[in-house]
Design a protein around this ligand. Sequence first.
Ligand SMILES: Cc1cc2nc3c(=O)[nH]c(=O)nc-3n(C[C@H](O)[C@H](O)[C@H](O)COP(=O)(O)OP(=O)(O)OC[C@H]3O[C@@H](n4cnc5c(N)ncnc54)[C@H](O)[C@@H]3O)c2cc1C
Length: 482
Amino acid sequence: MVNQSKNEQHIVIVGGGLAGLSAAEWLLRQEVPPKITIIESTGRLGGVIETVSQGEWLMERSADSFLSVRPEGIELVKRLGITEDLISINPEARRALIWSSQKGGGSGALLPVPTGFRLLAPGRIIPFLRSNILSCFGRLRVAWERFIPQRTHHDVDESLESFAVRRLGQEAFDKLVQPLVSGIWTADPSRLSMAAACPEFLKMEQDWGSLTKGEKKRVAQANGSRDASGARYGQFVSFKHGMQTLIDALESRLRSAGVLVVQDQVRSLQRDGSQWQVFLGNQAIRADGVVLGVPASTAATIVSTVSPNLSAELKMIEFAGAAVVSLGFDQQDVSHSLRAAGMIIPKVAGKRILAASFSSSKFPGRAPPDAVLIRTFIGGALDMGIASLADEEVVKEVLIDLRTTIGLHGNPSIVQVDRWHRSMPQYNIGHVERMKKIRQAEAQLQSFGLAGSAYEGVGIPQVIQSGQMAAANAIKDQAMSE
Ligand SMILES: Cc1cc2nc3c(=O)[nH]c(=O)nc-3n(C[C@H](O)[C@H](O)[C@H](O)COP(=O)(O)OP(=O)(O)OC[C@H]3O[C@@H](n4cnc5c(N)ncnc54)[C@H](O)[C@@H]3O)c2cc1C
């Protein structure tokens, strides 16, 4: 139990997703941990992260893995004592496939992303020149990237599409960069801000004048493998029994330390002297500090009376929706070997799905023997119409695309559709400037922190870090006033 004294501080965390739980875990590690209350509207902790088990099938409703090179995720795992549950992507599945089709034609093939190519950066030119994903002209244009002059006016926020077309050419953008990007951000690349979403690649251009040179330097410095393609698949980890392991371990750590979890919806905040009043359905709770770990649009409503400026900026962050459709099949019903982490589909191919993870190839224990589990993503900023389709229609669309891409000729033995309405934050042009304003307005509110995927990174490690920083902000002003 938390050591409670008369003068003990009380921190209220709104939202029991990963951001809120990480804030609580950070607070518990302080020399004098405060009393902590988490208010979560659904009553279930974990937010979008949830693993569903049905017999021998194990399906993820949202995140299925996280990047281990950033320290925040792995350090949390170590502190929670669940390192032994970690698994990494099967070595034979550490590559991504990309659908390559003739313009306007229905036929095509799944080809590996050229070895050494990372999101926007061609680390190796020879494998690129040998790959058939682009036409001869398209490949030569990518090889020419190192001679493209760098942009001089760095102060103007550039869209990812403009950056990629400028550096790599239109064809490489259409057939390679756009699908890789939509698999991560489900965003409209003509609006996605390079500075907010891909600052690393922007810096490569600034430091080395070229992505090809910059990627070579990065690999040499990291002494990493230049052979992985697409994403750095060897660096992604999950848990034997799914991502729920992380949430369960966090929940058990927090509950055993006396953290109180209340099921209710927070509506607004008010300042009351040196304290906060947190208004729920039909009661108010006093707090010395507050962390808001809810989606930015909800945070905007909650802070509207205490900081109209902050509320206005938060409202401007846009969200897209998507559906994750997990489907299980008999192995014999799929002609493709599925020897990859998954596939991505360029928008120019005219298909509805954005990407698919070959879950049972990626990780052990996701499907019964002789069966395969495929997790497809559909929707995103370029296909908002998905929100109005019924689940059966969404599944129908997915099956059409799986038949043409992986040679599916059977029907699913298991179907799970997870709809995420307005859950994918869009770091559109202007996001970095907006974040400066948001952080300034946040700092003006005493003992207050904002956490979550809408701000400075959507990946699990970044969300954990955002929770920790928000927790530090929530107790900072009290520490100073003591
Ligand atoms: C489909 C999908 C796939 C993803 N895949 C990956 C992946 O493979 N790897 C990766 O690293 N990341 C992935 N992510 C991103 C990552 O999972 C998220 O960024 C992260 O989990 C967000 O956590 P959060 O706490 O910010 O938000 P959430 O999980 O949305 O939690 C917010 C919580 O606040 C609660 N809440 C809302 N309003 C109120 C209120 N008024 N009062 C009280 N409670 C409230 C909600 O019920 C919710 O529990 C994925 C995300 C999605 C949606």
